[in-house]
Design a protein. Structure first.
Length: 194
């Protein structure tokens, strides 16, 4: 009797571990697929999702997003950008304002930029940014870190927006931490919807 109980526990643990590994790799596949299709300038509007600001300086993660956006803006001069990100308690300015400063200092005309500075989450980034879009716009480009695109696009889809993607690279110093955190966030979004 004891032997069969131990065997049952061992099988249960093995199944849970196998399930965990399977979910880990499945979400990794979703993260990779979230980067396709790559934006090609077709969409008139692109939303740049905010990330931490250190005082008034973009974090490395936000800096990489802004570098990707700057290159895209130079290649596609007709695209307008919504800069989306509020001000956290440990930030001196809103993430959207840090983005505006960076892009204008690098030659992007302020007329191409719309500011959304109230959001505190990815869901709010997209919800509040959608309110700045003309009513007839149904498709947008999302510019964010490579690991973040799958969830951001899932949330945009829930708000009725079609998307393509521009992936910014993730800083090596936070890559492992961000990928673990994002996998958990994807599970939460899948269950809760936000």
């Amino acid at each position: 009797m004891r032997k069969s109980k131990k065997m049952g526990i061992a099988i249960g643990i093995a199944l849970v571990l196998f399930g965990g590994v399977l979910v880990w790799f499945l979400i990794g596949k979703w993260i990779a697929e979230g980067q396709e299709p790559v934006a090609d300038g077709t969409n008139e509007y692109a939303i740049i999702l905010g990330a931490k600001v250190n005082g008034e300086t973009p974090s490395l993660t936000l800096h990489y997003r802004l570098k990707a956006a700057l290159s895209y803006a130079e290649t596609h001069p007709d695209v307008r950008f919504i800069l989306s990100g509020g001000q956290g308690p440990d930030e001196d300015i809103a993430e959207a304002e840090a983005m505006r400063r960076y892009l204008t200092e690098h030659g992007i005309d302020e007329d191409r930029l719309l500011i959304e500075a109230q959001s505190t989450s990815t869901y709010e980034n997209l919800l509040y940014s959608k309110k700045l879009l003309p009513e007839d716009v149904e498709s947008i480009t999302i510019i964010t870190s490579d690991f973040h695109l799958a969830r951001a696009r899932m949330l945009a889809d829930s708000l009725g927006l079609k998307t393509d993607a521009l992936a910014a690279k993730t800083p090596e110093s936070v890559k492992v931490q961000q990928h673990i955190r994002e996998r958990l966030a994807i599970i939460k979004t899948y269950i809760v919807g936000k």
